[in-house]
Ligand binder design. Sequence first.
Ligand SMILES: [Zn+2]
Length: 321
Amino acid sequence: MSDLVASPVLPDYAPLPASALGPALNEQGFHVGQVERNLFWVTDSVYVAAFLATPDGVVLFDAPPTLGHNLQRAIDEITGALGTPNAVTHLVYSHHHADHAGAASLFPTATLIGHAETKRLLLRDDDPTRPAPEITFSNTYTLEVGGERIDLAYRGPNHTPDNIFIHFPDHDALMLIDIVNPGWVPIFNTNLSEDMPGYMDAAAQALEYSWTHLIAGHLGRLGTRADVELHKAYIADVVAAAYAALASVDPTQYFVKYGANAWGWVNGYLTEITTTATRPVVEKYTGVLAAADIEALTYTTTFMLMQSLRLDKGVGSQVHP
Ligand SMILES: [Zn+2]
């Protein structure tokens, strides 16, 4: 290797809390587990999907491309043991994102179900791996297959404009994707979410349903109600810290230094606010939520929530006299 190529210095991170990790994967790189009765979850330790094995066929919930062909392998393993059909007859989209839906085209005979907005976004995105849903709904939809009931509900935009709540009333489970990462902090920008007030409300809305098992879409295990409460506490702490920093950080030095360069002082001011708000949250949650010590994650989440306080809630907004 050439001496001229500098090796990047890779930072070390805090050890993962035990609560971060789920079951070991098999040789093919997945784990399939029972949620309740004939509802199962599949993970590759980063993504999670679910399926219902009924006497009339399989209902699949999301098709992450990282799981890809392992979805059918997991289904074959379970349905082989149960003696039920292994064909995926229905596929429900939680939302339109490619990282949760990009293996949908592996199930060409399945009836695709999703929110009306999911259909619009998938037609817009025109990605052959994610065909638009054939059955759509606006507010609620009850899917009944093989004697099982699944309640789909739209509660407004949150992570995306189309993200839905998937409730399994007879399996004690809720599927809500990309809101709470059980045991982990959100990845950049509140899990790359679009609507901050909706994102913040979604965790509380999840707790309005009756369930014990949360299928949350990410990392390697199912979630619990305690995971949702911990997530809510983390977000509340970020919001409180952002409020405090908005009130305390003095922008004067940035106006003086950058003058007519408006984006120069905006950058300095908002960076100080975000850094100030991030610090205590990183400290409090390191060792509690995995990856809390990766500052960029909490920093970008704080930036998004701080901007939402300013732009959605009007915090700090002043009318020129
Ligand atoms: Zn997503």
